[in-house]
Design a protein around this ligand. Structure first.
Ligand SMILES: [Zn+2]
Length: 83
């Protein structure tokens, strides 16, 4: 039922697991999962494995390029250059 509305959450799983998601974003994700969306629960499980494997594969934490660019985007959004 909620499967149509959570496509945009898929890219948040890894960020959330890495603790890189904004408070607002992680709240959205947690509320959504609290409704028991099987799609997201399965996605989180996969993302957990991905994050775990990434951690094993590269000793110095090196996020996936996509995750990294998302991180950089979030950081630059939080800290505007002029201020
Ligand atoms: Zn969902």
């Amino acid at each position: 039922m909620c499967n149509m509305g959570c496509q945009h959450l898929e890219e948040l799983y890894e960020l959330w697991l890495l603790g890189a998601l904004s408070e607002r974003g992680s709240l959205d994700l947690r509320e959504h999962m609290a409704r028991g969306c099987p799609h997201c629960l399965a996605g989180i499980r996969e993302a957990t494995e991905t994050v775990y494997l990434l951690g094993l594969a590269s000793k110095p934490a090196r996020p996936h390029p996509r995750v990294k660019s998302e991180l950089l985007r979030q950081i630059s959004r939080k800290a505007p250059p002029h201020r």
